[in-house]
Design a protein around this ligand. Structure first.
Ligand code: CP
Length: 368
């Protein structure tokens, strides 16, 4: 059984259960551990997309909108900067990143958190043989939150469990773990979709097409899951057969009764879609050198012809970085959402960090 203890305003603690048992718990049994013990329904650790339901997604989107509005004035920006000036965040990125690192950093700066970072495990004492558990305990001695990206599946969850059972539990935000999860990317993707369709009837009854490397793209798994929170959103997966979406994603859609289709025809899917979510070939995961290059991906690129087929209210998205999956000739089309999507990441991550530290109500109720 999970025994929760509370200490301070932001504490959630898990005791009396080993990590393997914890890992195998159904989500509903894990949920109290992932939430702020003093603010039920508010994230403490952010580890997997499954922990976000529609109510929480809409709350975070509203908070992000509020933060971006407040930040427009000098007075508002200074007010936001004062909120978490007493907190420090550690950005521990042992995998390359531009957007996720910088948008979390900028989000911390908006809220006044001071930050430290390790961007290469070879520059930390892991290089001298220190275990990941000890490294995380070290970070928690100096910081109040860890934002971490790792190539290992499930490591953020394991480290959150370690910290929650330590003398100094602090929240962990998973900024991308292996091929499995990228929950804050999915948050910014949903935030972008909500904003894109806000004045056009919302997300209900929409069709979202995913295209590219759907096998190894962690953003696809996380976003596919989050979309199941919205009524009648159909999902289409367009990919070469070698890179089609994995069964575990489809199993969730089946279990939730979500309509989906697999395809290899991007043009046809585009003409029927409200959003086309392009992804890059993730060849950093190749087992054999050149494995991805042997797959014919020529039909899985979005260019001028696809743009003509996209409905006039449709949007093109991409988690970025891109290679040639979206031709640059699409960049100035008003339906190209990927640059705005990237900036939305800063606002929704600021909202997530503020909520994690218990500042949602304060921000929503402030006079700015
Ligand atoms: N979308 C994304 O995760 O980008 P980075 O790898 O640049 O962080």
């Amino acid at each position: 059984m999970i025994i929760m203890e509370s200490e301070g305003n932001e504490m959630a603690r898990l005791t009396s259960i080993g990590f393997k048992d914890f890992q195998n718990l159904p989500l509903e049994d894990k949920r109290p551990y992932l939430e702020n013990w003093n603010l039920p329904g508010t994230p403490y650790h952010t580890l997997i997309a499954q922990q976000f339901d529609r109510a929480l997604l809409e709350r975070l989107a509203a908070l992000a909108n509020r933060i971006r509005f407040i930040n427009k004035s000098r007075e508002g920006a200074l007010y936001l900067k004062g909120l978490l000036a007493h907190k420090r965040a550690m950005l521990y990125f042992s995998q390359p990143s531009s957007r996720t690192f910088l948008s979390h950093l900028a989000a911390c700066q908006i809220l006044g958190l001071t930050t430290g970072s390790v961007r290469d495990a070879a520059t930390s004492s892991e290089f001298k043989g220190e275990s990941k558990e000890d490294s995380i305990r070290t970070f928690s001695s100096y910081f109040d939150m860890i934002i971490m990206r790792t190539p290992e599946k499930g490591l953020a969850e394991q480290m959150a469990w370690e910290l929650s059972n330590s003398d100094r539990p602090i929240p962990i935000i998973n900024a991308g773990s292996g091929k499995d999860q990228h929950p804050t990317q999915a948050l910014l993707d949903v935030y972008t979709l909500l904003r894109s369709f806000e004045t056009k009837g919302g997300l209900k009854n929409r069709t979202v097409t995913f295209c590219g490397d759907l096998l190894r793209g962690r953003t696809v798994r996380s976003l596919s899951y989050l979309l199941t929170n919205f009524e009648n959103v159909r999902q289409v997966f367009v990919a070469p057969k070698e890179l089609q979406v994995p069964e575990d994603v489809l199993d969730i859609l089946k279990a939730k009764g979500v309509s989906y289709a697999l395809s290899d025809n991007l043009r046809e899917a585009t003409s029927l879609s409200d959003a086309v979510y392009m992804t890059r070939i993730q060849d950093e995961w190749d087992k054999d050198k050149g494995e991805s290059a042997r797959i014919d991906t020529s039909k899985f690129k979005f260019g001028a012809e696809e743009l003509k087929l996209l409905p006039k209210d449709g949007v093109i998205m991409h988690p970025l970085p891109r290679r040639d999956e979206i031709a640059t000739c699409c960049d100035h089309d008003p339906r190209a959402m990927y640059w705005r999507q990237m900036r939305n990441g800063m606002w929704i991550r600021a909202a997530l960090i503020a909520a994690t530290f218990g500042y949602e109500r304060e921000i929503l109720g402030c006079g700015y």
